[in-house]
Design a protein around this ligand. Structure first.
Ligand code: MG
Length: 173
């Protein structure tokens, strides 16, 4: 049986992952409205990945005999100034999520819950990738700035992004 403190923290993290999903879906919908369907596709895939993150925590809580409690999802922004603005927001958001995962990791150590700590290793690596990806896209956008044809190419490139089921969920399927 999982400790109530860990269960509460995982339920909070499920909510944070679903909020992230909602944020990226909102970004996707904004760029659909701007005629940038490739950029929108990139965020719509990010939305699915965040849903998968929530599901990984959900499955883990069930596996440990815990109780999943779904809380209200706070409203998300609905407009951004530019593609760069959305990716800057993405990077800042992922840095916050990294801090949340680190706090959860510290809690598992304080509570001597080494099973949960082990499960968080995948998320710690995932956050390194999330931050690196957002930073590298932001770097490219700085070079593109004001270049319509370069933005056209990026939009086409991002239209090709496909969803891959994250390994902890794929392994369960
Ligand atoms: Mg996530």
């Amino acid at each position: 049986m999982i400790k109530p403190t860990i269960q509460d923290a995982i339920n909070a993290q499920i909510n944070a992952e679903l909020w992230s999903a909602y944020l990226y879906l909102s970004m996707g919908m904004y760029f659909e409205s701007q005629g940038l369907s490739g950029i929108a596709n990139w965020f719509r895939i990010q939305f699915k990945e965040e849903q998968a993150h929530a599901e990984i925590f959900i499955n883990y809580l069930i596996q440990r005999g815990g109780r999943v409690e779904l809380k209200a999802i706070e409203a998300v922004p609905t407009t951004w100034e530019s593609v760069s603005d959305a990716f800057a927001h993405t990077l800042a958001h992922e840095q916050k999520v990294t801090a949340l995962i680190n706090d959860l990791y510290a809690l598992t150590e304080a509570e001597h819950d080494y099973a949960t700590r082990g499960r968080l290793d995948w998320f710690i690596s995932e956050q390194v990738e999330e931050e690196e990806t957002a930073q590298s896209i932001l770097d490219r956008l700085k070079l593109i700035e004001g270049d319509g044809s370069a933005m056209f190419m990026l939009n086409q490139e991002f239209a090709a992004r496909v969803y891959n089921v994250p390994s902890p969920l794929a392994a369960k399927a």
